[in-house]
Design a protein around this ligand. Structure first.
Ligand SMILES: [Zn+2]
Length: 427
């Protein structure tokens, strides 16, 4: 998926979220295209998502895996951050190494964003691109998959992949999977679930199609999956002047067997919310009444969850931990995160963070297995100096996102007591 499609998707997602509460008018709904699929050979019922937000790769809530640009060469270095102490270190076991360039054990021949996928047995699956400079020269983009152990040692060297995966990755404990979507001219999507073989004896890095769907244009996949398949939202839109107004119609399950099942239908003015991180859950928000209901994904039945002020519009960013839902709304053009506890009074989170000089609420980026949250604490700005290719000494201002760990209760109180993770700048 290229950046342009990513942007379109993001725009669609924002529209999906920004439009709830709009009055419904009669619009032409596309005929319900039947989904088709190859029958998956793999057992996909145990699939779980490996990554939930951007580059925050963690498995069991004790270690966060990340990468930074190698200070004195091209490529990147693998790092770990201890989620209990906040301490950062290079994933390198070479004695005396200063972790600067290709000689470091944590070094990767990587020229793009990277996915660091921790498997339950401790192995790390790395998926990254080597396409930046190649693409500029007109060559085919390339991506690679590589396998390392917990010390950072290479188990299987970089092996080319047929696509540049982006978005979420999944695992069944044996292989790694990603979604590959191709948009057709009529707006419909050919979506494939691609399986990457991790067993060296069976051909490490070999890609195969585990499931395939032809999906109509008005069906947007979320990244969240159940035992049966991927959660999706069916929607429709109409134009109000220059503005596309999107109305949610159905919460669907795009099932591994190729069929699409409707879980719940939205009424006018209602929007579905599938939390990005934490527990797999579904909610339905009615902007006109401020009612948030939780949906049973098996039966589609809803039960009251919380009552919010009227006139709020759902926007991106949400997390679910047990009976707590943290989500973001827009009111009068202003973003407002709320902490909602089942049956309790909603609490508006007041903490602001600064990104490139713009203030925005502190957002929850991920939920750890023990229920703690990874929270975006804003940018740390600092000066960096380096020698450029002509030998000139350059000083420039740069920034790095500060991350904090806190409990949902601490977040509710403004995340003042959170554990701040060590930044690369201080490392
Ligand atoms: Zn090193």
């Amino acid at each position: 998926m290229d950046k342009r499609i990513g942007s379109i998707l993001l725009a669609v997602c924002l529209l999906l979220l920004a439009s709830c509460g709009a009055k419904r008018e009669t619009v032409a709904v596309e005929p319900d295209t039947a989904a088709q699929s190859s029958v998956p050979e793999a057992d996909l019922t145990s699939l779980r998502q490996l990554s939930q937000e951007g580059a925050l790769w963690q498995l069991d809530g004790t270690t966060l895996y990340t990468t930074v640009a190698a200070p004195q060469s091209r490529g990147k270095l693998l790092q770990t951050v201890d989620l209990n102490t906040g301490k950062r270190q290079a994933l390198c076991s070479k004695p005396g190494c200063t972790h600067q360039d290709e000689s470091c054990g944590a070094w990767l021949d990587c020229e793009s964003e990277i996915a660091v996928l921790p498997m339950e047995d401790g192995r790390l699956v790395l998926v990254y691109g080597r396409y930046g400079p190649l693409e500029k020269q007109g060559a085919e983009p390339s991506a690679a998959v590589e396998l390392r152990d917990t010390s950072g040692a290479v188990l299987c060297p970089a092996t080319p992949l047929p696509h540049r995966p982006s978005g979420a990755f999944y695992t069944d404990g044996i292989a790694v999977y990603y979604l590959w979507e191709q948009w057709l001219e009529d707006g419909s999507v050919n979506a494939s679930l691609i399986r990457i073989e991790l067993d060296a004896a069976k051909g490490f890095g070999q890609a195969s199609t585990a499931a395939f769907w032809q999906l109509p244009a008005m069906l947007s996949l979320t990244e969240r999956c159940t035992e049966q398949g991927l959660l999706a939202i069916r929607w429709e839109h109409r134009m109000e002047g220059q503005t596309q107004v999107v109305q949610h119609r159905e919460l669907c399950l795009v099932q591994w067997d190729g069929t699409v099942r409707t879980v719940a239908e939205a009424k006018d003015g209602q929007a579905f919310l599938i939390p990005d991180t934490g527990e797999l859950a579904a909610f339905c928000f009615d902007s006109a009444t401020g009612t948030m209901a939780r949906l049973d994904l098996a039966t589609g039945e809803s039960e009251p969850f919380a009552r919010l002020p009227e006139g709020l519009q759902l926007t991106e960013g949400s997390a679910c931990v047990g009976d707590v839902l943290i989500c973001n709304f827009i009111q009068d053009g202003e973003a407002k995160p709320f902490y909602l506890e089942k049956g309790g009074e909603p609490v508006e989170i007041r903490r602001q963070t600064s990104h490139n000089g713009y203030l925005r609420p502190a957002m929850v980026l991920d939920v750890l297995e023990d229920g703690r949250l990874i929270v975006d604490l804003g940018d740390l700005e600092y000066e960096e100096s380096y020698t450029d290719q002509t030998g000139q000494w350059i000083t420039s201002r740069t920034s790095e996102t500060l991350l904090g760990i806190c409990t949902p209760e601490q977040y509710r109180e403004g995340a003042a007591d959170c554990l701040t993770l060590e930044t690369n700048h201080k490392f």
